[in-house]
Design a protein around this ligand. Structure first.
Ligand SMILES: Cc1cc2nc3c(=O)[nH]c(=O)nc-3n(C[C@H](O)[C@H](O)[C@H](O)COP(=O)(O)OP(=O)(O)OC[C@H]3O[C@@H](n4cnc5c(N)ncnc54)[C@H](O)[C@@H]3O)c2cc1C
Length: 289
C-alpha cells in the first residue's frame, strides 16, 4: 500500500492543489475517489492531494456548453437531470455501467479521464460529443480537446497538471438525432472488453448528415473512427453500408490479448458493438435499416 506516504493534503482551491502538486516534485499524486489510485498503490508516492474539497463538483450550463467539474462522481452523472437530457442521456448511460453503485459513489469523471485506462468508459462517449478539457498547472490554465489530452497524458506530459473540468458543446439535437453507448464486459460490473459510442443526425431523406463513432479498449486509448464517420456521411445507413462500416472498423482497431479477452475476440466485438450503436442511433432518429 502507500507505506511511503508522508502527508495527505486537502486543498480548498485549484491554485493550492497545483502548488502542492508542483512542490511534490513527481512524488505527489492527486486523489479524487481513489478507486483507481488505491488499486495502483504506487510505492513512489509520498504526498497525496485530495481534490474533493477544491470546489470541482458541479454540472453547469454556460452559453452553449455544458461543463462538468472534475470531482463530479459517476453516480451524480447517472442521476443528473441536465446530463440525462444531453445527447439522449449518453453520458448518464455510460456512467451507469461503471462498476458497482459503491464504486460510482466514489469514482469521479476527472479520475476516469486522468487515469488513462484504454477501457475507461467515460472517455468513449465524451469523444463522440467533441468534449474538451480545462487543465491547470504551474504555467496557468489551458483548454484542449479531449483527444489531445489523452495523447499528452500518454506521453507523460500531464503528470503535474490538474484536470479542472470537462466541456461539452451543444450537440446536434431534435427528432432526427440518435445516440448510443454499448459496452460488453465479462460481467455486469466488470470493465469493458470493448465499448462504443455513436451519435447520428439524419437529413429529411434519411441520409446521414452528421456522424460520430468512437471505440474503447481496442487501442492504447479510446479513439474516434474518423474513416467510418466519413464513409457513412451523406449516405443512407442500410445493411450494406453497415457491413462496409464494420469492415472498416476491423481495419482501424488495434486490440491486444490480455487476461480478459483475446485480440481476435475484441476485434470481432468492435464490429458488433459499433454496428449495434449505429443501428440504435438510426432507430432513435426515426428510421429503420
Ligand atoms: C471494482 C472496480 C470496478 C471498476 N469498474 C469500472 C468500469 O466499469 N468502467 C470504468 O471506466 N472504470 C471502472 N473502474 C475504474 C475507476 O473506478 C474509474 O476509472 C474512476 O472513474 C476513477 O476515478 P477516481 O475519482 O476514483 O480516480 P482516482 O483513483 O482518485 O485517481 C485516478 C488517477 O487519476 C488522477 N486524478 C484524479 N483526479 C484528477 C484530476 N482532477 N486531475 C488530474 N489527475 C487526476 C490520480 O492522480 C490517479 O492517477 C473500476 C474500478 C474498480 C476498483
Amino acid at each position: 500500500m502507500f507505506d511511503k506516504v508522508e502527508a495527505f493534503y486537502r486543498p480548498e482551491s485549484i491554485p493550492e492543489a497545483v502548488r502542492l502538486l508542483e512542490r511534490g516534485k513527481g512524488h505527489a499524486r492527486l486523489v479524487a475517489g481513489g478507486t483507481d489510485l488505491t488499486v495502483e498503490a504506487a510505492r513512489s508516492v509520498r504526498f497525496l492531494i485530495d481534490l474533493t474539497r477544491a470546489g470541482l463538483s458541479y454540472i453547469r450550463k454556460r452559453d452553449s456548453v455544458c461543463t462538468i467539474g472534475a470531482t463530479t462522481t459517476l453516480a451524480e452523472l447517472e442521476d443528473s437531470t441536465a446530463i440525462r437530457a444531453l445527447a439522449g442521456g449518453l453520458i448518464s448511460q455510460a456512467a451507469a455501467t461503471c462498476g458497482s453503485v459503491q464504486i460510482r459513489n466514489l469514482a469521479t469523471l476527472g479520475g476516469n479521464l486522468a487515469h488513462g485506462s484504454p477501457a475507461a468508459d467515460m472517455v468513449t462517449p465524451l469523444l463522440a460529443l467533441d468534449a474538451f478539457v480545462l487543465v491547470a498547472n504551474a504555467h496557468g490554465r489551458s483548454k484542449m480537446r479531449l483527444a489531445q489530452y489523452l495523447e499528452r497524458s500518454r506521453e507523460h506530459e500531464m503528470s503535474r497538471s490538474l484536470l479542472v473540468e470537462v466541456g461539452i458543446p451543444d450537440p446536434p439535437h431534435g427528432a432526427r438525432c440518435g445516440w448510443s453507448f454499448q459496452k460488453f464486459g465479462r460481467t455486469e460490473i466488470d470493465i469493458s472488453l470493448v465499448n462504443a459510442a455513436a451519435g447520428l443526425q439524419l437529413d429529411g431523406h434519411g441520409r446521414v448528415k452528421w456522424a460520430r463513432l468512437s471505440l474503447g479498449a481496442v487501442a492504447e486509448c479510446p479513439f474516434r473512427l474518423l474513416s467510418v464517420e466519413q464513409l457513412i456521411t451523406g449516405r443512407e445507413l442500410d445493411h450494406t453500408l453497415l457491413a462496409e462500416a464494420g469492415d472498416q472498423v476491423i481495419r482501424e482497431v488495434k486490440p491486444v490479448n490480455d487476461l480478459r479477452a483475446s485480440a481476435e475476440f475484441r476485434r470481432d466485438l468492435s464490429r458488433v458493438l459499433a454496428g449495434r450503436a449505429l443501428e440504435e442511433c438510426v432507430e432513435q432518429a426515426g428510421h429503420t435499416l
